[in-house]
Design a protein around this ligand. Structure first.
Ligand code: 13P
Length: 246
């Protein structure tokens, strides 16, 4: 399966900085062996569309509303993302769960909204440090993924899953390839009960993935790509990760 390297810019960037970053990426990317995507703040999706249309790089959002349309001030619907040709929408990122109170049920709704609009949800799961130390890692990620599988049901093979241990996000602490693989195998096994082709579901690793550690993580049998935060804000670093996924 082709790997997927997706950048998550989080709440960073600006018109001028985005353009410089994207142009530098496009200048160096050639014909990547992996699928590549950039997930930008919603106001910049039109900019990404104009910069990336026709290139080998797709784009997506970092969130999507759980509602279809209507009186939900500040929300962005899946249909709106579709208007800007988003291929992906990150849902359930730990920062949304942590700071914006997103529950497993809300995350599942969001995944369903994205799928209904023809957008691939990148469903994030991951344990906190306290949960890992309490031996709850498997139970937590399985609960988070089960909520999504329950709602999207026969469309489970169309989602992307991202395992992002919360303690590894933005901390410089990466899960070892073995630690990550162990959780990815659990997720693959769980997907196998829900879809006939669990091997078709890309399971990305995220959490301080960078140019130096990408190759060893991506070499694991169940790591099908990466969801990259900080290193996706630097063209050279991001391109090295893309090259490591070849
Ligand atoms: P970092 O790569 O900055 O640790 O962020 C990972 C992440 O949260 C991607 O969604």
């Amino acid at each position: 399966m082709k790997k997927l390297i997706a950048g998550n810019w989080k709440m960073n960037g600006g018109l001028a900085a985005n353009e410089a970053l994207v142009r530098a990426m496009l200048a160096g990317i050639g014909q990547p062996a992996a699928h590549v995507a950039l997930c930008a703040p919603a106001p910049y999706l039109a900019q990404l569309q104009s910069l990336l249309a026709g290139s080998s790089v797709a784009w997506g959002s970092q969130d999507v509303s759980a509602h279809e349309q209507g009186a939900y001030t500040g929300e962005v619907s899946a249909a709106m993302l579709r208007d800007f040709a988003c291929r992906y929408a990150i849902v359930g990122h730990s920062e949304r769960r942590q700071y914006h109170g997103e529950t497993d049920a809300v995350v599942a709704q969001k995944a369903q909204r994205a799928l209904s609009a023809g957008i691939t949800p990148i469903v994030c799961v991951g344990e906190t440090l306290a949960e890992r130390e309490a031996g709850q890692t498997e139970a937590v990620v399985k609960r988070q993924l089960a909520a999504v599988i329950h709602v999207v049901a026969h469309c489970t093979s169309e989602i992307v899953v991202a395992y992002e241990p919360v303690w590894a996000i933005g901390t410089g602490k990466t899960a070892t390839p073995e630690q990550a693989q162990q959780v990815h195998a659990v997720l693959r096994h769980q997907l196998a009960a829900a879809t006939a082709h669990p091997e078709r579901v890309q399971i990305l690793y995220g959490g301080s993935m960078n140019a130096a550690n990408a190759a060893s993580l991506l070499a694991q049998p169940d790591i099908d790509g990466g969801l990259i935060g900080g290193a996706s804000l630097k063209a050279a670093d991001f391109l090295q990760i893309v090259a490591a996924a070849g």
